[in-house]
Design a protein around this ligand. Sequence first.
Ligand SMILES: [Zn+2]
Ligand SMILES: [Zn+2]
Length: 138
Amino acid sequence: MQAFSEPRATKQRQAIYAALQGDTSHPTAEEIYLKVKRQLPHISLGTVYRNLKLLVEQNLVKEIAVAEGPARYDFRTDDHQHFLCDTCGRVYDLKVSLGLQLRELERTGFTVQRRQLVLYGLCPRCRQAASVPTSTRA
Ligand SMILES: [Zn+2]
Ligand SMILES: [Zn+2]
């Protein structure tokens, strides 16, 4: 952990954290790397991974493990769920409440310690693009 108190490492971590703020696209580590690289040209992908891991451990960012492909990162650390579009790969924030289901689980003897729900399917944009244009409204 010594390395993280080094000023350069802190600067890199701050840049990574800053790059994520307000980014609702839920970028991958590689996308974050490309963004931060514009500001810190010497940063490596490995450094980005290391710092992301640390930010996740500190609860400053959220890691979203997905069924296929690399993990996505979220600056929102509040309790919310995700929808991943199979076609375009966009990740959307969902306001799905798990409260009732969780209470039912607890009632039947389960203790939930972590939760992460990712729903997969077709997003509105892709659904519209995929549908046969029968309407003249479009
Ligand atoms: Zn889509
Ligand atoms: Zn999110």
